[in-house]
Design a protein around this ligand. Structure first.
Ligand code: NAP
Length: 290
């Protein structure tokens, strides 16, 4: 049982809605394992209350917080310092205090990269196919650029949003290997894709029997490919089942969730190591995966 004392330090997460967030489960498990008198709380914050919430966090001395939908972009305007990576991605998910004020960065990119960096691949020969062009796709583009992937092909269903997505990277190093395509281009792009990332919600509850790929499209997945679904429940998703049936390597979104949280906890606690296994185990147990 967690003991709150007069000295307990506060961390948290803001979002709207926030009740489904899994971060409190894994962060509090890690804080307990580290023997720290800290607690991590969910804070439901509507957009209209963002300014007040941050002023309140300053007033009560919150150590830091995570940011989730819908505040990842808007929070940038409330920060004294924003890391170059978070600026390029256009989203902040981790905020901490400095003497000057609140500072923010994006640990989703590190979280996305962690399971890929444990693989032995020549990334300079890998063509990436990113399904969807929303917020998470931005972390995928930044991550794959950092990996040095050969090309990054982003497929989306809305031509205006797709064009906006491409334009938003102009002038940054992230734009160099990036191209965008309509959804209909999938049959041309799938056979040569070495890393296929699903950043759409297709396959999540209640669409658990659906995949972003039709059966015919899934049959074009190379057996040498890596299929990465950012969705972590159900596990596996229909997309990962299709990829596994083709002989491809399947990666689910749980590790990204764990690793973005671990990267945030390192920042707040100024510790080089945090108990990642404990965080993963707490999440798996909570989700009924073990
Ligand atoms: P988002 O900003 O809403 O983006 C979703 C994207 O999927 C948009 O491009 C959207 O297209 C597209 N899309 C939605 N339904 C579609 C459909 N039926 N057909 C084709 N495209 C469709 O959401 P997000 O924040 O990027 O999150 C996306 C997914 O990643 C969610 O499942 C989320 O849980 C997951 N995620 C996981 C982690 C992790 O740590 N594992 C982290 C972040 C996100 P339109 O713009 O045209 O609507």
């Amino acid at each position: 049982m967690l003991t709150i004392t007069g000295k307990t330090k506060l961390l948290g997460i803001i979002g709207d809605p926030i009740e489904h967030s899994l971060s409190p489960v894994m962060q509090n498990a890690a804080l307990a394992e580290m023997g720290l008198d800290w607690v991590y709380l969910p804070f439901p914050v509507q957009g209209k209350n963002l300014t007040d919430a941050i002023a309140g966090f300053s007033a009560v001395g919150l150590q830091g917080f995570n940011v989730t939908i819908p505040h990842k972009q808007a929070i940038i305007f409330h920060l004294t310092e924003v890391s170059p990576l978070a600026r390029a991605v256009g989203a902040v998910n981790t905020v901490w205090r400095s003497e000057a004020g609140w500072c923010g960065t994006n640990t989703d990119v590190a979280g996305f990269l962690a399971p890929l960096q444990s693989l032995d691949r020549d990334w300079s020969s890998v063509n990436v196919l990113c399904l969807g062009n929303g917020g998470a796709a931005r972390a995928v583009v930044a991550g794959c650029t950092q990996l040095g992937c050969k090309t990054i092909q982003v497929v989306g269903r809305n031509p205006d949003k797709l064009q906006h997505f491409q334009d938003s990277w102009q002038g940054s190093p992230f734009a160099e290997s990036l191209a965008v395509h309509p959804w209909e281009a999938l049959p041309d792009l799938l056979p040569t894709a070495g890393l296929i990332v699903n950043t759409t919600p297709i396959g999540m509850h209640p669409q658990v029997d659906q995949s972003p790929l039709t059966i015919a499209e899934a049959n074009l997945i190379s057996s040498q490919a890596i299929a990465y679904d950012l969705i972590y429940i159900p596990n596996p998703t229909q997309f990962l089942r299709q990829a596994h049936d083709r002989g491809a390597l399947a990666i689910d979104g749980l590790e990204m969730l764990v690793q973005q949280g671990a990267a945030a906890l390192k920042i707040w606690t100024q510790q080089a190591q945090v108990p990642v296994d404990t965080m993963r185990h707490a999440l798996q147990k909570h989700l009924g995966l073990i």
